[in-house]
Design a protein around this ligand. Structure first.
Ligand code: SF4
Ligand code: SF4
Length: 401
């Protein structure tokens, strides 16, 4: 089956489950276990539940779904695991496994949002315009607080101004403009394009460079993620390098080869494109001077998914920043895609810890290279009246000469 739902494929693989030896070394690194102390909220407990379902001893029922939904998919356990258990793809598969058994209304809502709205650029722009208008006149105060906290600020002015389609000369670097990034973080895109042009690339915005499908994949919609991957691959594959400035998206796109491996037409194209995906923080960029203290929040999908978090530190240090490291050991901020909406208590507990770690550095700015983390951290800092600016590393490199 080349596309569509496949209950055999969209479930944790037996060999992945078998690779866990239940040693528990991952437990202290798991944010949900640390906050709850529950084995069922630990990587080992979740894998035991996957094994029970795989062996037919349990059903992928509501209890199983709750265990998987409470996971942040931060992959800190994957980094800590000495046995190389690929927990990230296992929890994605487990969520795909439970999706057909979720209540019909919930399933329809999730599918509408993740597969119906995010891939449709015009619809995203229309919704973002509505949100921007509501924020301008203060009408957004009418929506529930947890939704408001998870909504990015939208600039109507930015939405109206198109991104430059091509600038600079050199190897072609195509920017994934994405979904949320394209409507709420356009200054980051403009800074990325300028920096790429300054750094010896022809920076281009291709036709149809929308959602990569990461959010769908993380939330039990693999067939929608495959559709989005095919559309993006067709738009991006002529470029020499595909540049992504959102940690969750770059981590997901590097796995496109595996996502489409069963598809004889698209699998080789997916693998070729995935091999040319670079998170912007991995590149050598020619930026301006960055002066003064800068704290750096490492997104989980930089730290754990790709092990490239050092790139942001390197770029900012080379630019002259006085780096202030967070004392929280790179813990998840609790944003995790739609987690801040679906699991608000756990999410906000983690956000409070992150805000405290940032404030403790004394830096007036924190560099954050993922849109979900940026929204979450800005809300958490506002909650404690901290006047710390949240900026993408490329914005800092681009603006300070
Ligand atoms: S996931 Fe890895 S570290 Fe955690 S219990 Fe299993 S083998 Fe041990
Ligand atoms: S992905 Fe994160 S939250 Fe989920 S089990 Fe692993 S460490 Fe815990």
């Amino acid at each position: 089956m080349a596309s569509g739902w496949d209950p055999e494929r969209d479930a944790p693989a037996d060999e992945d489950i078998a690779s866990c030896v239940a040693c528990g070394l991952c437990l202290p690194h798991c944010p949900t276990f640390r906050l709850t102390g529950r084995e069922t909220a630990s990587p080992r407990g979740r894998i035991a539940a996957m094994r029970a379902v795989a062996e037919g001893e349990a059903e992928p029922d509501g209890i199983f779904a709750a265990m998987m939904d409470e996971c942040l998919a931060c992959r800190a356990c994957e980094t800590a695991c000495p046995s190389g258990v690929p927990f990230g793809r296992m929890v994605e598969a487990a969520r795909a496994q439970v999706e057909p058994r979720r209540p019909a209304a919930l399933r329809a809502t999730r599918r509408l949002g993740l597969a119906g709205v995010f891939p449709r650029r015009r619809l995203m722009f229309a919704l973002a315009t509505g949100l921007g208008l509501a924020q301008t006149i203060g009408a957004d105060r009418l929506v529930p607080r947890r939704l408001r906290r998870s909504s990015p600020r939208v600039s109507l002015d930015e939405l109206r101004r198109p991104l430059p389609r091509s600038q600079g000369t050199g190897p072609v670097a195509a920017l994934l403009t994405g979904c949320i990034m394209d409507v709420a973080f356009r200054p980051v895109h403009r800074a990325t394009l300028r920096l790429l042009a300054r750094s010896g690339y022809r920076a281009v915005v291709p036709d149809d460079p929308g959602c990569c499908g990461a959010l769908a994949m993380h939330n039990g919609q693999p067939e929608a993620a495959r559709e989005m991957a095919r559309a993006r691959i067709a738009a991006l594959e002529s470029a020499d390098v595909i540049v992504v400035n959102s940690a969750g998206c770059s981590a997901h796109m590097k796995d496109w080869g595996a996502l489409l491996a069963d598809d004889p037409d698209w699998g080789p194209r997916a693998a070729a494109v995935a091999g040319r995906v670079r998170d912007v923080i991995e590149l050598d960029l020619t930026g301006g001077r960055v002066t003064g203290p800068v704290a750096v929040h490492d997104a989980c999908h930089h730290l754990n998914g790709q092990a490239v978090a050092g790139g942001a530190h390197r770029l900012l240090a080379e630019a002259g920043a006085d780096l202030r490291h967070l004392s929280d050991g790179g813990r998840c901020c609790g944003a995790a895609g739609i987690y801040s909406v679906t699991q608000p208590e756990m999410s906000q507990a983690l956000a409070r810890e992150k805000a405290a770690a940032i404030v403790a550095t004394g830096a007036p700015v924190v560099a954050v290279a993922n849109p979900g983390c940026a929204v979450q951290i800005a809300a958490a800092l506002a909650d404690v009246d901290a006047t710390v600016r949240v900026a993408h590393p490329v914005e800092l490199l681009d603006e300070m000469d």
